[in-house]
Design a protein around this ligand. Structure first.
Ligand code: ATP
Ligand code: MG
Length: 553
């Protein structure tokens, strides 16, 4: 059974079920059509899981098509990142990759056909005038004075546009539909404009480029797409989608269906805004672990399965809504709780000396990689006279609720022995520099023989064998739930979204940790090795428990 079969049905699947039952279609062909003008984000993952998931479920096909009609904003770097992200999510596109630019010659031909049918004209109004003539939602537009040019003149002018005889903004091709339509997109939409721009796929071959609405429907039809799935803001554009296909000689007429886009709290999801965060230096790049991009989530330790599970849980509907960040985090937490190996790391170390161990004492202890999965094996942990524990795990005095190490009391060292804090040493400022302890040699893997109860367990690392590391803790990127709605979304950035702990120490086995593979640092959270750092750096993937919005939790 494929993963998609675990997904609940939705209104789009119901439509497909009916189309297959009625014999309208024998097989299903979808596509994922990103514009290569940025990296993919978690919203795109929803569209990817939907389109590729449907193809898997119905044993159909899903194309990857780059909708590349805006050369100035696009690049090969984006193309490559998108391919990588789709594959990483675990999906395979059908056949070769497609580009809308593969169809530029055919698209040009269909534009000529519209001109010949008297359904398109070359307009020489300026872009400002075109906007002015378009009218508003409450008032109809006006016809351009160039609207009724003879076909021959339009054909000649369009050829001259292609030949580079018009400067940008001095001529465009418009569909001749209805300047009084209640759908703004139907008021003689521009379908070609002049751009002297180098294109990442077609080089300098073209200086006119087709617009999205004209390109998308024809590309879908040329690829034999059966169900063209897009987000709700394209609802009105469906009129134009159908108008173009109804008015050119093409056999295939895919049907467009719209679903609601994913919005996530405390982040932004538009590529334009994400790009701005990168160029303005608010983050370290598109794959900064705080970014809602697929590559950012990957670098943060998210697994493909967790993102697919998230998309399954949010479902596909026509209702606009905003999903809580906690929902995404729950998916990775559930995955890692099951699958992440355990390890010990001390984020804010303080020195602890076990005085009844000999200098140079070294003992190799074994610890399971997962508490309930023996098949995940075990690892070796060196136990020495000097160890490091976390500052927060020791207090000179504490009440009974504090289940860690307290002066004069006992605690268990995780995977090792019971120790008792005897005394502390402080510096001139009163900070604890060393905790002196004794240990009970008869408590490895068992309770004290005399029935003493030791409830607390703390983690630790050998001071001499531990490996220094930097740990990066992440919080939400923005301080408000809907930064996109703020006047300046950059002003809503959370100044404390990254906290760097430079003096962490991790158990020796973590020195060989592969990048992007998350571990549970016991009692601390899930962390993965950073893929962009030469030295040992760990990124917080997610906390152990949902502390989202809970102060000080
Ligand atoms: P953005 O506004 O982030 O730039 P876009 O729609 O311009 O997004 P495209 O590259 O054109 O980005 O999107 C490719 C596909 O992904 C489209 O079918 C689009 O509808 C879908 N998509 C984009 N954002 C979301 C989202 N937040 N939720 C669901 N699907 C999305
Ligand atoms: Mg787009």
């Amino acid at each position: 059974m494929s993963q998609a079969d675990h997904s609940p049905s939705n209104f789009i699947r119901q439509i497909i079920d009916e189309d297959l039952a009625s014999g309208k279609h024998q097989s299903v062909q979808t596509r994922f059509p990103p514009e290569p003008n940025g990296y993919l984000h978690i919203g795109h993952a929803k569209s990817i899981c939907l389109n590729f998931g449907i193809a898997e479920h119905y044993q159909g096909k899903c194309n990857l098509r780059f909708d590349d009609t805006n050369p100035e904003k696009e690049s090969v770097e984006y193309v490559e990142s998108i391919k990588r992200d789709v594959q990483w999510l675990g999906f395979e596109w059908s056949g070769d990759i497609h580009y809308s630019s593969d169809y530029f010659e055919q698209l040009y031909g269909y534009a000529v056909e519209l001109i010949e049918k008297g359904l398109a004209y070359v307009d020489e109004l300026t872009p400002e005038q075109i906007r002015e003539y378009r009218g508003t939602l409450t008032s109809p537009g006006r016809n351009s004075p160039y609207r009724d040019r003879p076909v021959e003149e339009n054909l000649a002018l369009f050829t001259r546009m292609r030949n580079g005889e018009f400067a940008e903004g001095t001529a465009c091709l418009r569909a001749k539909i209805d300047m009084a339509s209640s759908f703004m997109v139907m008021r003689d939409p521009v379908i070609y404009r002049v751009r002297f721009a180098h294109h990442h796929q077609t080089g300098d071959k073209w200086c006119i480029y087709p617009m999205y609405d004209f390109t998308h429907c024809i590309s879908d039809a040329l690829e034999g797409i059966t169900h063209s799935l897009c987000t709700l803001e394209f609802q009105d554009n469906r009129r134009l989608y159908d108008w173009v296909l109804d008015n050119i000689s093409i056999d295939c007429h895919p049907r467009q269906y719209e679903f609601s886009r994913l919005n996530l709290e405390y982040t932004v999801m538009s590529k334009r805004k994400l790009n701005q965060l990168v160029t303005d230096g608010h983050v370290q790049g598109w794959n900064d672990p705080r970014m809602p991009t697929i590559s950012g989530l990957r670098r943060r330790g998210y697994t493909p399965a967790s993102i697919r599970e998230f998309c399954r849980r949010i479902g596909v509907t026509k209702q606009d809504n905003t999903v809580e960040m906690g929902m995404l985090e729950a998916c990775i937490r559930d995955d890692l709780n099951e699958n992440a190996p355990r390890a010990m790391a001390v984020l804010r170390p303080v020195r602890l000396v076990i005085e009844n161990l000999a200098d140079g004492h070294e003992e190799i202890l074994k610890a399971p990689n997962h508490p309930n999965k023996p098949e995940m094996g075990e690892r070796e942990i060196p136990f020495t006279r000097e160890i490091l524990i976390d500052e927060a795990d020791f207090r000179e005095e504490a009440n009974k609720k504090y289940k860690r190490l307290v002066l004069g009391k006992e605690v268990r060292l995780r995977n090792a022995y019971v120790i008792k804090a005897e005394r502390v040493e402080k510096d001139d400022a009163g900070n604890i520099t060393t905790i002196y302890c004794s240990y009970d040699p008869d408590t490895l893997g068992k309770d004290p023989a005399d029935g003493r109860k030791v409830k607390g367990v703390i983690h630790w690392v050998s001071a001499s064998h531990g490996v220094p590391a930097e740990v990066r803790l992440y919080d939400r990127l923005f301080s408000v739930p809907n930064p996109g709605a703020a006047d300046s979304f950059e002003a809503a950035l959370n100044p404390a979204s990254l906290q760097v702990l430079e003096h962490a120490v991790v158990e020796p086995s973590l020195a060989a940790a592969p990048a992007e593979r998350a571990y549970q640092f016991e009692r601390e959270g899930y962390f993965c090795r950073d893929s962009e750092s030469g030295v040992l750096v760990f990124n917080l993937t997610v906390a152990l428990r949902d502390s989202w919005g809970k102060e000080g939790a």
